[in-house]
Design a protein around this ligand. Sequence first.
Ligand code: NAD
Length: 378
Amino acid sequence: MEGGLQRYRVVAIPGDGVGPEVVAAARRVVDAAGERFGFTVEWTEILAGGAAIDAYGVAIRPEDVEVCRGADAILLGAVGGPRWSDPSAPVRPEQALFALRGGLGLWANLRPVKVHPALVSSSPLRPELLKDVDLLVVRELTGGVYFGERQEADQGRGERRAVDTMPYGEDEIRRIVLLAAAMALTRRRHLTSVDKANVLATSRLWRRLVDEDRFRFPDVEVTHQLVDSCAMLLVKDPARFDVIVTENLFGDILSDEAAVLAGSLGMLPSASLGEDVTAQGGRFGLYEPIHGSAPDIAGQDKANPIGTILSAAMMLFHSMHRADAAAAVEGAVATAIDAGWRTADLADPSNQDDGLVVVGTTAMATAVIEALEATVPA
Ligand code: NAD
């Protein structure tokens, strides 16, 4: 604290493509929220992804991972792009994501999906299916088949064969289920645990542990759902879900499927959390929009910054314990959308008379800041 003003340390990682544009937009919103709510953010910027490969020859330097470890939170844009897209290259942009998630023990990935009523027409689903959609996918992020032992197909003669393994330990499963149940308690108190228990041993363990631990969250209604039927229900009846908890691979697929509901990839935020607690008692975390670096629109002030702005709102909530500021930022985003501000991904170019104002990344952030300042007195 300095002169009564709470100070937070955040590492900004703009990354590649549209990353620098959306991170700059979200930083402006966080700083504006700080002015209204009486806190300041000390930003440190580091390189990761393609930008770091160009500058240092690696996707992220170990000393920069340490800089992240010393902060309260990390705000990331996106990494990758056509210049660094060779999957067999020894150094690849996404290695930065694994280094951050694995290196900083960020084992829980949270992806909330809400459909703003004014954006229903941007979604490929029928409007009546999208009414009341408000779900949270909690994905286990550092275990399972992405981290298990693997054997690449060898280049010898005969039939080529490759092996991936999917290990899960009791503690890894228990902690993510407990976190998801705690989230459900702050929402509509329903938890859907997704597995493939009719086939996979790890899923049978998962299901058994969920049942064993149910007594820890008696006020949460728990449903087990097989992953294949969950994938179907997500498009058939998405409003039935509150919190979905699942392992790494299933979560990767289901959370992308759920993202389609919101109409544009540019709208959705995410948070990755672990055990570590910040100096202020918040949870250390990494916050990023779910979209990639969108190289097709990079550098043109066209990217939708809302996914990153809402990620920053999650950062205010989880890492900084500023529920007031987080709610104000979310409210300001909704107000800006209600007022008709749209980035190009949310606009319908065939309809010029819809009263909407199509703006770029910077102006969208300004609309959010103005809505925030209009609702929160100075
Ligand atoms: P993408 O999410 O970057 O883009 C998919 C489509 O959505 C594009 O048409 C893009 O213009 C549009 N889009 C994405 N974000 C938008 C935004 N904020 N506003 C408006 N439109 C937006 O996915 P992709 O094209 O498959 O991947 C591009 C690069 O991003 C690849 O190198 C990929 O590896 C990388 N990527 C990175 C991350 C990450 O950093 N976490 C995640 C996914 C993809």
